[in-house]
Design a protein around this ligand. Structure first.
Ligand SMILES: Nc1ncnc2c1ncn2[C@@H]1O[C@H](COP(=O)(O)OP(=O)(O)OP(=O)(O)O)[C@@H](O)[C@H]1O
Ligand SMILES: [Mg+2]
Length: 445
């Protein structure tokens, strides 16, 4: 009974340290208390050195009145070999040097008594050992053995926790290293992206210049054709004064238009955004475009047989940012229809009446222009491509494939839509819808 009480007292005293510390600090304090409370001269805690576990490396070594430098010692011929190999507590309450005469450390420390207990991993593998030694025999052998066994187990828990913390720290360090490497990789990828982007921008600039050049060339084709036709007319010797005046006017008008096209397309290319929408009489613009282009048809045979149907609501006003761009849309659509009609007419002169129908229908806040021809039509499989840049079915020199692409860009830029329906060899119908309204006579004033 008395013994039990003493054991409890001892355990309580030593155990107190549990409440205050953890990890290495805890073990160090525990070693100190064990030495103090059990009144033994030496306490050591060490671990078996891998891979063969034939040596012990001390991690805490209490000697006499304080901690001594840690040592590594061979297990062979020491009492510790039994603790380690047998993985159980070993007690030599006296004469330990007699049992292990070759153990130099026992001699050097003048050790008389020894108790050692192992501590293990949860799966039973050995981690290390706790040893108490004294220069006198140990009288309370059983009590001390229990205490050493108990605290060895407790130290084992700390070592295991330490191992988990170490591996967590290593994982964290690895993660941090990985994160740093990834950041570096990302940084490098980002820099190379920036580099590529710069190259792309300069390529894109070149492409834009090419596009502008093509666009301007394409749009200039029509007024230039008219100017050339009119100039040829002027060369005729017997031209009456009225026709001369008409031809000169055409040259002047379309030179002006060519000039406006260049100015506008350059402005568009610079993406000037300060444009305000303005109202233009789209009915007049449509009438004018249709007249000019039908009149300037060079295929006289086609011109003679062509049926033009017009259903143009008067005084419809479009609300658009860039009126000349809308004029170019109309010209491109009419130009395509006249080409398709000419194409079909060449092949079926006797049985085919070429016809173009142009409607302008106003709704509340929008209007529709519908241009329909009964020309060569577009095969179903190509319908989706006709607005692509450079898509053309015309022979080289006759088409650049930019007309509908420009038309679509211009319509959309002016808040509108373009739709194309067609059936091969039957018809093609292009509808554009834009913001606008029909105005009464008073509203125009
Ligand atoms: N009214 C139409 N009838 C038949 N096919 C058409 C019609 N409009 C367009 N297409 C087809 O769409 C293609 C593309 O038209 P787009 O106006 O973009 O270029 P293009 O007329 O070939 O050349 P460009 O207009 O640059 O001189 C034409 O080549 C033609 O195949
Ligand atoms: Mg075209």
């Amino acid at each position: 009974m008395e013994n039990n009480l003493r054991a409890l007292e001892l355990l309580k005293d030593i155990y107190n340290v549990d409440q205050l510390l953890s990890g290495k600090e805890y073990i160090k304090e525990l070693v100190h208390r064990l030495a103090q409370i059990l009144k033994v001269k030496y306490v050591l805690v060490g671990h078996a050195v891998e891979p063969d576990r034939q040596k012990i490396q001390t991690d805490y070594l209490w000697a006499g009145s304080g901690f001594a430098d840690n040592v590594v010692y061979e297990l062979e011929d020491t009492p510790c070999v039994n603790v380690i190999c047998g993985t159980r507590v070993n007690c030599y309450a006296s004469d330990v040097q007699l049992a292990f005469p070759k153990d130099q450390m026992l001699k050097d420390f003048d050790v008389e008594s020894y108790i050692g207990a192992p501590f293990l991993h949860t799966d039973g593998r050995l981690i290390g050992l706790l040893v108490i030694m004294d220069d006198k025999p140990m009288e309370e052998r059983e009590l001390y053995t229990s205490v050493v066994e108990f605290f060895a187990a407790r130290i084992g828990t700390e070592y295991r926790r330490q191992a988990v913390e170490d591996s967590l720290r290593r994982i964290n360090e690895n993660l941090e290293k990985l994160a740093q490497e990834r950041t570096l990789e990302l940084q490098r990828a980002f820099e190379s992206l920036q580099q590529t982007q710069k190259q792309l921008i300069s390529q894109e600039k070149l492409a834009t210049i090419g596009r502008i050049t093509f666009g301007i060339a394409h749009e200039l084709k029509n007024p230039l054709n008219i100017i050339i036709n009119s100039a040829q007319l002027l060369e005729e010797d017997d031209l009456d004064p009225e026709s001369t005046k008409k031809a000169t006017d055409m040259i002047y008008q379309h030179s002006q238009r060519a000039n406006t096209i260049i100015t506008n397309m350059l402005r568009q290319a610079r993406q000037e955004t300060d444009m305000e929408p303005e109202w233009i009489n789209i009915s007049e613009m449509l009438e004018h475009c249709l007249d000019v282009y039908v009149r300037s048809l060079t295929d006289v045979d086609l011109k003679t047989h062509l049926v033009v149907q017009k259903n143009i609501t008067p005084n419809v006003y479009a609300n658009v940012f860039d009126p000349p761009s809308i004029e170019r849309v109309l010209i491109n659509i009419i130009d395509n229809s006249l080409y398709a009609l000419g194409d079909k007419y060449k092949k079926n002169k006797n049985s085919f009446t070429p016809s173009i129908k142009v409607d302008l229908i106003a709704a509340d806040a929008t209007f529709k222009i519908i241009v329909r021809d009964n020309g060569s039509g577009i095969p179903q499989k190509h319908l989706a491509n006709v607005c692509d840049e450079f898509y053309t079915t015309k022979p080289a020199g006759e088409g650049t494939g930019l007309g509908l692409w420009i038309a679509k860009q211009n319509v959309e830029k002016n808040r509108g839509e373009i739709h194309i329906e067609s059936e091969e060899n039957q018809f093609t119908q292009v509808t554009i819808e834009l913001p606008g309204q029909q105005r009464t006579q008073e509203a125009q004033l």
